[in-house]
Each structure stands twice: as C-alpha cells, then as structure tokens.
Design a protein around this ligand. Sequence first.
Ligand code: FAD
Ligand code: MLT
Ligand code: ZN
Length: 493
Amino acid sequence: MSARGSVASLARRCLATTARPVVRGDFSEITAGDLETFTSILGDPKHVVTDADDLLPFNRDWMNKYEGKSRLALRPKTTEEVSRIMRHCSERNLAVVPQGGNTGLVGGSVPVFDEVVVSMARMDEIRSIDPLAGVMVCQAGCILQHLDETLAREGLMMPLDLGAKGSCHIGGNISTNAGGIRYLRYGSLHGSVLGLEVVLASGEILDVLKPLRKDTTGYDLKQLFIGAEGTLGLVTAAAIHCPPRPKAKNATFLSCDSFPRVLETFRRAKADLGEILSAFEFLDKESLDLATRTFADVKNPLEGSSDGFYVLIETSGSDEAHDAEKLQSFLESSLEAGAITNGAVAQDVTQFRAFWRVREGVPEALNTHGAMYKYDLSVPQAQMYDLVEETRDRVGGMAYTVGYGHLGDGNLHLNCVADAYSDELSSRIEPFVYERTAELGGSVSAEHGLGQMKASCIGYTKSDSAVEMMKLVKRTFDPKGILNPYKVLPSSN
Ligand code: FAD
Ligand code: MLT
Ligand code: ZN
C-alpha cells in the first residue's frame, strides 16, 4: 500500500489498541446479591443485562478498537434509579462506566475490565421547551438528532451538530464537551449548557439545573462535569440554550490548490460572510478520494477536480436573498484573488445534504479499515497541515494518512489507516504526533476527550500543577475512584 495510493480493501478489525496497559483496580466483583439489588431498583430483569451476547454492544466501541469485559449493563429510566444504583455501587466498591450513544472515539464509553455499564439510553424524555427564552430541559439519554428535530417544530435548533448525531446522546455530548461542525458559530457547550442534574459517585443528586442565562451565585459547578467524560458523575438531565433556527441556509464546496490558499479562503470567509458563517470545514484530497472510493453515494461536487484541498462552507441567516448575495460576492472575489480554483453552490436541499455527506463520509470511510490511528488536535491554523505532511512522511507506505477537520476552530483530524495495528507503525506515529502538537502549543484532544486512549497523554497539554488539581477534584467527587476508572487521568497503577 502506498502512502498516497489506494487503501487495501476492508480487513477484519484487529481489536488491538494503542492504549497503555493498566492493572485492574481493587474493585469488587459482581455477585448474585448485587444482581438482585439492581433488579429490585430497576423493577424488571430485562433492564439488568447479563447475557454475553446482549452485552457485546455495551463492551465494544464504534471503532471496534476497544473492548471491555463487563458482565453487567444496567438500563435506568429515572434519576432516582441512577442514584440508587450509584449508592449501591459505592457501598459495594463496584466500578462503573457511564455510557451514552457509545459513539466516542477514545475508548471512554466502554469498560477496560469488568466495570458495570450504566447505559443512559432509556433516559430519553424532554422535560420542557421554552420557545421565548430558547431553553430546553431534557434527560441525558436524548439523541442529539431527535432533540434537534423536536426543537425545529418550535423554530429552535440544537447549538451543536456532529456526524454521530443519529446515535450520540446529549449527556455524552456534554460529558465529552463535543465540538462538531457548528462550534465556529455557536461556541462551546461550556456556554450553551445552562444547567445540569448530576448523580455523584455516592448516589447523591447534585441539582444545578436552573435554566438561567445569567447567574453569578458562587462557583459554577456544572462546568466541572462538561468534558469530565463520566469520571466525576453521571449527567442525568441538562438545560440547554437553543438558538433560533435559521430561515436560510447555504452550502458551498470549494477547491484550493494549496493549504495556504485554504487559510486565505478562511480569512476571506470571516471577513466577507461575517455573521452568517456557520461552518468552515476542510479536507485534503486523500480524505475526499477515500470517501468517494468507499461509498457509492459520496460524490465529489467538483467532479474532475484534482486540487489538493477542499473546503465546505455553510452559511445560515434570516434572509435568503441577502445571504445568497453575500456568498456570491465572497466566491467571486475569492476566485478572482486565486484563493480558490473552483466552487459549487448547493442549489437545493438534496445538494446541500450531498455536500455534507462528503465531509461526514470521511470518518465512516476510515472506519472500514483494519486499523485506525485517530488524532484530534488543536494546532495553530498556519501549521496545521505541516503536521499531516510530517506524519505522512514518517509512516511512509505503512499507512494511508489523511487530514481534515474543523479548520475554523483550529481543530485538525489527523488519521492514519492500515490493514492492521503494529508496533512498528505505532512507534512511527506516537509519541511524535503528541510531541509536535505540544511543541506547537496545541492540544492533544480538541474535542474527542482523552478516554482510555490518551489517559497517559494529558501532560502534553496540561501542566503538572493543573493535573494535580484535577486529581484533587477527582478525589473530592469520587473518593473511591469507582467512576470510569483508567480514563482521562494517568492511572496510578
Ligand atoms: P459515549 O460515547 O457513550 O460516551 C463518551 C464519554 O462520555 C464516555 O467517557 C462516557 O463514559 C461519558 N458519558 C456518556 N454519557 C454520559 C452521561 N450521561 N454522564 C456522564 N458521562 C457520560 N465528536 C466531536 O466532538 N465532534 C465531531 O464532529 C464528532 N463527529 C463524530 C462523527 C462520528 C461518525 C463518530 C462516530 C463520532 C464523532 N464524534 C465527534 C465523537 C462522539 O460522537 C462524541 O464524542 C459524542 O459527544 C459522544 O456522545 P455519546 O453519547 O456517544 O457518548
Ligand atoms: C469529525 O469531525 O468528523 C469527527 O470529529 C470524527 C473524526 O474525527 O473522524
Ligand atoms: Zn470533529
């Protein structure tokens, strides 16, 4: 396989991981007595999953890269049930993995050993929507896309959107501090989440769910759980600020002949499109080729183009004619200045979706390969593609290397796929990618979290004093360390 050539066809996924080995913590093992207690809490044995086949989807992640050995998954419906589960787990010293839609990309949502999986999937009720304030309160297990569809009926939208929207939960989004394609416009969940209800390791229910836009009474505790990846508590409900749904949307798919031209296009998009710019995504030719080769329904909107880089821009606003005029003028001046070489504007909803299908097809296409080394980095935009090229050079013909991502937010997705994991390939990629990211002053986890994949890598981005303070926070909320052990922070064992 050549580094820039075709990727070998679908190979059986090797479940080997790049995670560092850890030793099982001194937690209790499940007994018949525990199963009786959980059945009495949940009221029906069907919500206490113990069958080996039924447990498989709880034990494996979306990439088939991480696999745990849990012998028990629990499916609560109410906050009170989650609280009683945690009280029992705390008393019995049973380790727990909170699980949302299980679409996470760092092995955070699956057990490492035999931790009890607490699935939030049945906690899927919307409690209230206030169209005037633009606030929705819902349970943590609501699926992102369902929330957005419901909000559409009230003229509102979810402030975040990502390729996994059909499966991921809002509780999982909050727990990973997910970014996605509209971060550029609507910002971080640290701003959009107005309140949370959380069950702590002890079973205590922390109620900081008030749906207020402004509130300066004391410490803002909810912020600690946003991005905590289930290590500090189980998010059971959230109040989200939901912006008005735009009346007009446009998408344009552009080609650029070099990465500096992509950056120039971004500069122009910010200046010319201003308040209507809602996404600025880039993908390299290798990403586009892979997606179009893998899926028949993914087509290059600029058929025949052989440029090295592609950009997908979305605008959203309240006046179709005004937005279209702005977009047209941006495209004409970008073409004239040589920032872009070609472009297509979506003419209808079908084309709009087809453009996004290209971008969303990339991670799905990568996932059809035997081994996937997936990196999610924050790096200064000017140096972003250097990192892809340096990595491509290092892995040579051993893997197919692609770069794409949320360029508008400085978030690069660097991926190397191969037929199988190998020590040789791993050592060519890591720790190089982390070291270079640190040298560039970046982050080794822009939006996917650390999970088990990068629990020992936090030091590339955070100072020793910050990590020590995080450990203190962890001990305060979870003194026995039963919540999502072996994740996020370096394992003491
Ligand atoms: P899970 O995967 O189930 O869990 C993720 C973490 O959160 C785990 O540590 C878990 O223990 C914890 N957790 C889950 N629910 C709770 C809860 N209620 N309380 C406490 N802890 C909890 N991510 C992005 O940021 N941007 C993207 O653009 C993006 N695109 C993606 C595209 C695809 C095709 C896929 C497969 C994934 C993508 N992701 C993206 C990654 C993933 O979808 C997000 O991280 C998402 O937020 C995870 O939600 P989930 O419900 O699946 O959580
Ligand atoms: C994306 O932006 O497509 C997601 O974060 C998933 C990925 O990195 O592959
Ligand atoms: Zn992403």
